[in-house]
Ligand binder design. Structure first.
Ligand code: FAD
Length: 392
């Protein structure tokens, strides 16, 4: 089979791209390894930046989030010295987040794409992208029963995440990978419990970081810093709630709402950025283009932004015979990606103690305390924080 653009992956990047191409009359197909049920129920991100909402609104993709999304604009930092809150909608550019679970956004996007006649193949795994340095790249596929298939396009958009076929298909040396392991791991938890505070909670404790983020009125995401290499199974529900209670300083600031833990995964805080985000006819977007640690909640937002930039560039090339924007796609996206990486690293350094007790670790710890104090007291620092925290 053949079409203009073969899109790998039905996550936020692939589905925003697919909807925009379909609306512009550019032929495309989305190949997704998982089945529909899995794609629609995979709980991950939840905090959408104001610009992400604007992108979705601009293209008529925001009906669901306008109905179901909730504005969120306060974060609370808790340390051994006390706590303070920042209402970031009154700082910097004055923008709030919209909280809307990623699986609901994905469900909206794929429902709209299918309703508009889009071609989305579930349970179809991309095995490899062939001939990316020609004008007729093709994707080798395999369905759930192992039957092989083939899709040819003018372009292939790799939106299939970090472990997808697009990255695997890049010839050695074609792209540089900047990689950093931040040396910190989080236990990422989803609790069937209402949020315990009306703010994002960042608790800095000598036992490690703990985080609290609202998802829906019935569910809350928590994070617990853990030893790298930890198995989620070694954390019982009882141990999780005990540890959250201590690190969030519930005795001082209010009890946590307990509930069943329905998801528990270890997330290693890592970054990697590919450069450039193009090899011939193969383009990378979203997590396939670069992975960002969840410390600043940027991944899904970067994915949506890249999808819009790529969609507009592909339309210019395929409909208007203007290849200019496509040639600038990589540089444009990388500028946003590096800005987000910089802030995410700043957040990592704010939220975690340097490991060890040596002179360097103690020095770093004092700097971290000074950083927190500056954020607590300096309006200029708070404006900078708000711009970066919600901006993208
Ligand atoms: P994905 O959403 O990963 O979609 C890729 C799709 O490709 C998947 O559907 C996958 O099944 C499919 N696929 C993979 N391989 C193949 C193949 N070979 N063939 C066909 N299909 C394939 N980001 C935020 O902005 N805010 C947050 O609060 C936040 N919290 C997070 C919490 C957790 C626990 C995690 C894990 C991530 C979080 N993120 C957050 C990051 C965010 O979820 C990702 O950055 C986002 O999903 C990236 O979108 P994507 O479309 O690039 O990739």
């Amino acid at each position: 089979d053949s079409t203009d653009v073969v899109i790998l992956g039905a996550g936020p990047a692939g589905l925003v791209l697919a909807n925009l191409l379909l609306d512009a009359g550019v032929g495309c197909v989305v190949l997704e390894r998982a089945d529909r049920e899995h794609v629609q129920t995979r709980a991950r991100a939840g905090f959408l930046a104001a610009n992400t909402v604007r992108v979705l609104e601009r293209h008529g993709l925001a009906d669901g989030l306008r109905r179901g999304g909730r504005e969120h604009s306060v974060c609370e930092f808790r340390t051994g010295d006390g706590r303070f809150r920042l209402d970031y909608s009154g700082l910097g550019r004055g923008e709030p987040h919209t909280v809307y679970p990623q699986q609901e956004l994905v469900t909206d996007l794929l429902t709209r794409f299918l309703a508009a006649g889009g071609d989305l193949r579930f349970a179809t795994e991309a095995v490899a992208v062939h001939d990316p340095d020609t004008t007729q790249p093709w994707v080798e596929t395999r369905d759930a029963d192992g039957r092989p298939g083939r899709w040819t396009g003018r372009y292939v958009a790799g939106c299939d995440g970090r472990h997808g076929a697009a990255r695997r298909s890049l010839p050695p040396g074609a792209v540089r990978i900047h990689r950093r392991d931040h040396g910190v791991s989080w236990l990422g938890l989803l609790a069937e419990a209402p949020p315990s505070l009306d703010a994002v909670g960042y608790a800095m404790h000598e036992r490690g970081f703990a985080g609290h983020m609202a998802r829906t009125p019935e569910t809350t995401r928590y994070y617990l810093q853990c030893e790298p290499g930890t198995s989620p199974a070694s954390w019982s529900e009882e141990r999780i709630w005990d540890e959250l209670t201590v690190r969030m300083r519930a005795a001082d600031y209010g009890a946590l709402h307990h509930g069943r833990i329905v998801q528990s995964t270890v997330v290693d805080l890592e970054s990697d950025v590919l450069e450039p985000l193009r090899h011939g006819s193969l383009f990378l977007a979203g997590d396939a283009a670069g992975l960002i640690s969840p410390s600043a909640a940027k991944g899904a937002n970067l994915a949506v932004l890249a999808a819009e930039i790529l969609a507009e560039a592909l339309v210019d090339d395929l409909r208007n015979a203007d290849p200019g924007p496509l040639s600038r796609y990589s540089a444009r996206c990388l500028a946003h990606i590096w800005r987000a990486q910089e802030f995410s690293l700043w957040m990592i350094r704010l939220l975690h103690r340097a490991p060890g007790q040596d002179d360097e670790a103690l020095f770093q710890e004092q700097l971290r305390r000074a950083r927190v104090e500056s954020l607590r007291t300096s309006r200029t620092h708070q404006d900078w924080f708000a711009d970066n925290y919600v901006g993208i």
